[in-house]
Design a protein around this ligand. Structure first.
Ligand code: ACO
Length: 329
């Protein structure tokens, strides 16, 4: 098996900050409720840049940090649940903005597990030896699908993008991954798309477009919380087993940033010191597929990741989906 490593990271956060106090002027909530239940203090909302713009800016920084040019990129995957549209893919738009004309491009839909799924997918393209360098991006403009009158969800999410450059290498990098899904849990997290049309029906019975219906994200919060507290430890155990490592060998664990209480619950359940987990949920809220690569970029910038250290990434979310990657930095 060929070794494949992350050689660059980048992030892009839109400029409009939305604090908990700002939200309390939109819905019946408070800074105290949001902070104590979720750990979130602020999030960012994109009013001008669509998902592809956020993704391209994060990607540009990742390519720069890898010391490469966009022409070096063979593959672009954008993990997102909020693409600019159904067609073209957000990845194709990123290719256009970057002028990364040598890349083939596609989007990947696995909600908050999207980045982990995309990293595993890109790794295999590189290991198959046909391609050298991939750009893996997690990007979301979740504000497009939030019902800003629903306090159960609107306080939780934020917009942003993170990207990594992955390249074949002589040094160890991505060591093993584990992906899973359970479609029976579809109702726990949903964001509906366009309804079916009936061209056979009389005109007045046609159902599209349906006025006044938002394709808003809905969530059964308590069930999702329980799912996360079960699946994240299972992912960590599984990936350690696959990699033949022990928890003591692992230097950093980067969970999808959904809620600080999920992180604390996992740490408690598995008796892992909290310091092993990176968290930035307080600043950005839940940015779905973007949360792990944003965290990785911040960690690299803060010099927290030392060469040779073992890192576990864990994603979980709508689908239901989940997945983990174990890598050497
Ligand atoms: N402000 C004030 N009150 C609120 C708010 C709010 N923003 N939201 C809900 N409430 C109220 C509820 O209406 C309820 O009131 P009631 O008792 O009068 O009915 C009360 O607060 C308690 O609500 P609970 O749902 O019991 O609160 P809980 O402690 O479970 O916290 C939360 C809710 C934060 C959503 C929690 O369930 C959670 O974190 N779940 C996981 C969510 C998550 O991680 N989602 C994303 C993961 S997957 C992905 O990333 C897509």
């Amino acid at each position: 098996m060929k070794d494949v490593r992350i050689i660059g990271t980048g992030r892009w956060i839109p400029k409009n900050q939305l604090t908990n106090d700002d939200l309390s002027s939109l819905v019946d909530t408070s800074d105290e409720w949001i902070r104590t239940r979720t750990g979130i203090q602020t999030r960012y909302v994109s009013t001008e840049e669509n998902t592809s713009h956020l993704a391209a800016k994060a990607a540009q920084r990742a390519i720069q940090s890898a010391g490469l040019s966009p022409k070096d990129i063979d593959l672009i995957i954008v993990a997102t649940m909020t693409p600019d549209g159904a067609m073209p893919s957000t990845a194709c738009l990123v290719q256009k903005y970057l002028e990364a004309e040598n890349a083939f491009c596609f989007d990947l839909s696995a909600a908050c597990s999207g980045f982990v799924y995309a990293l595993a997918t890109a790794t295999q393209f590189l290991q198959a030896d046909f391609y050298n360098t991939a750009l893996v991006i997690g990007a979301e403009a979740l504000s497009k699908v939030i019902d800003w009158e629903d306090r159960n969800t609107c306080v939780l999410f934020g917009d942003g993008a993170g990207a990594v450059v992955l390249q074949k290498s002589k040094k160890k990098g991505i060591e093993t991954f584990y992906l899973g899904a359970d479609g029976k849990g579809d109702e726990l997290l949903q964001c509906p798309g366009l309804p079916l049309q009936d061209p056979f029906a009389k005109e007045k019975q046609r159902i599209y477009p349906v006025e006044g219906i938002l394709p808003a994200l809905t969530m059964k919060g308590k069930e999702v919380f329980q799912f996360a507290l079960t699946i994240v430890p299972a992912c960590i155990q599984r990936i350690l087993h696959q990699g033949r490592y022990d928890l003591t060998d692992i230097h950093h664990i980067v969970l999808h940033q959904a809620n600080i209480r999920i992180l604390e619950g996992v740490a408690r359940k598995m008796q892992i010191p909290k310091e092993k987990f990176y968290s930035n949920i307080n600043q950005y809220g839940n940015t779905s597929a973007a949360s792990i690569p944003i965290a990785l970029d911040e960690m690299r910038e803060q010099n927290l990741l030392k060469e040779g250290e073992k890192v576990i990434l864990v994603g979980f979310g709508g689908g239901l989906t989940w997945g983990a990657v174990l890598l050497t930095w």
